[in-house]
Write a new protein. Structure first.
Length: 291
């Protein structure tokens, strides 16, 4: 029995270097995406994270046009594009009648179309698929260094702005009344979202990277109550999704990125049904007891 467990769940990672690289990338992404995704959900900005994942595409495409599949060029371009969209959305919401979510929706549609157009100007449909959906099995050493560096920067920055972020999640009016750090914390947080999306595009693509941000974080709300415990649960669920997704894609010859995100989706559905904190089954049992 022990030999079967080892052969099934551990041997592929021992035998194949590319699987070890992929698992290391998933671990690094989970450590960064778990806390960031938790704050996205608590701040009711999940769809904004999805929009931002599309917004980084023109920058990634510009890097591709200049240097081909250069990790540095595509990363810098994607981050600058995401940061530009965040700043423009903030300015539009301040100086026009448009709300920030409406501005983000308009800009992400423009960004998605522009990014696809730029990639197809030089590349082909396979290049477009690689950028949009990634290839976690092709993660190499420089990509791992990038993801690990982004995760380290994310955790250090969150440690600095943790209190303002938590306060803004539950009482933004109080934060504005007693401190002027709310705007700075918001801009830094959105920069972290863009940075984590860019670091994940090499593995999961610009369209799929947001799945590891949002799905584990939404599932964690059904298991944990406090902010720190939700962030920890989201990180563990993201890591579990990546590990199981890699095994499923390896044994059944399925694309790894979509398989990882679908696994995270299954965790979300199971949490929605069976989660002890307002899960559907828990609520049904509570109503049955009181009836």
């Amino acid at each position: 029995m022990t030999a079967w467990i080892w052969q099934t769940f551990c041997a592929p990672f021992e035998e194949f270097l590319f699987l070890r690289h992929s698992l290391a990338a998933v671990l690094a992404l989970a450590l960064g995406c778990g806390p960031v995704g938790t704050f996205l959900v608590l701040r009711r900005m999940s769809l904004m994270g999805d929009a931002l994942s599309h917004a980084v595409l023109p920058g990634v495409a510009a890097g591709f046009l200049i240097s081909g599949f250069s990790l540095a060029a595509m990363t810098i371009g994607g981050f600058l594009a995401g940061l530009t969209v965040v700043v423009v959305c903030g300015l539009l919401s301040r100086f026009t009648p448009l709300r920030e979510d409406a501005s983000m929706a308009a800009l992400y549609l423009i960004s998605l179309a522009l990014g696809v157009l730029l990639i197809t100007m030089r590349g082909n449909s396979m290049d477009l698929m690689h950028v949009l959906f990634g290839s976690i099995l092709a993660v190499d050493g420089p990509s791992l260094v990038l993801v690990a560096s982004v995760t380290t920067a994310t955790l250090l920055t969150l440690a600095v702005i943790y209190r303002p972020l938590v306060t803004e999640c539950f009482d933004p009016g109080f934060l504005r009344a007693v401190s002027g750090t709310g705007t700075t914390a918001h801009i830094l947080f959105m920069a972290l979202v863009a940075l984590n999306l860019v670091s994940g595009f090499r593995a999961l693509g610009t369209l799929m990277a947001v799945g590891l941000l949002v799905l584990p974080a939404t599932a964690a709300r059904f298991w944990a109550r406090q902010v720190w415990s939700q962030a920890l649960t989201a990180t563990l669920l993201a890591l579990l999704s990546g590990y199981v997704g890699l095994l499923v894609s390896f044994y059944w010859n399925m694309p790894s990125g979509p398989t990882i995100i679908l696994t995270a989706g299954c965790c979300h559905v199971l949490s929605l049904i069976m989660g002890p904190r307002q899960g559907m089954l828990t609520q049904y049992l509570c109503r049955a007891k009181t009836a």
